[in-house]
Ligand binder design. Sequence first.
Ligand code: ZN
Length: 71
Amino acid sequence: MTDPEHHRLFPNCREVHQLTMQALDRPLGPVQRLRVRAHLLICDACTNFAAQMRLLRGAMRRLGQDDADLP
Ligand SMILES: [Zn+2]
């Protein structure tokens, strides 16, 4: 059961974690985002992980904006 097509469509947890971390630095491509989303549909652990990263990114972005808004 080592079908490359299947593997490409559904990345494993480790790959999703890496992509999620990567997304903090720069936006993912449309294909990468789709693969992560497909995985999140079937994996609760990565859904929680992604939610935490999203919160973290939101907090960092707010900090960045506050900083940029300073005179
Ligand atoms: Zn997962």
